[in-house]
Design a protein around this ligand. Sequence first.
Ligand code: 5GP
Length: 186
Amino acid sequence: MAGEMREDMEQLLYTEEQLQTRVRELGAAITRDYAGRQPFFLGVLKGCFVFMADLLRAVDLPCELEFMAVKSYRGTSSSGQPEITRDLTRNVEGMDIVIVEDILDTGVTLDYLRQYLLGPRKAASVRIVTMFDKPEGRDPALKGKIEADYVGFPVPKAFVVGYGLDYNERYRNLPYVGILKPECRD
Ligand code: 5GP
């Protein structure tokens, strides 16, 4: 049960209620900004799946969605080029894309993805919505260059889990988000 894992948390950052309220606000902002258009929501797997499901139900516009998966080489040298492991299955030329991300950390993944969509994929526009932003984690080369257009909540420079975010594939199902105790990270 998700509730049984709360003791694995060193600190609870945002409750389920806070997350749900904020997602509705983000959905309303996107609905306002894209009025009269049909945004194409592109989720970055796997972490986005919870946020994507909640966000889309808070958006009151005709829209489509797709998922991509991008492997970033964390832990190796930070300049490791991300690799697309699940590509788009349709043409997005001329579309207004909203990338849906769980957390923006170094910015390497989103910088790469945005260039890919605007370049070879010829999207008309790309905006980013991220549920969590770790501004202190930004790669120095990307500071100020890659920022999200819509941010749910800031988080400190720590390893956070819950609301789609995992540690070794666990904890994604927690309805809240928090910092995992070091002893739970084997
Ligand atoms: P970036 O390219 O911005 O460094 O990486 C973003 C990806 O790194 C996120 O989509 C997520 O998968 C992973 N990530 C970054 N920080 C955290 C964190 O605190 N917790 C978890 N679970 N994943 C993170």
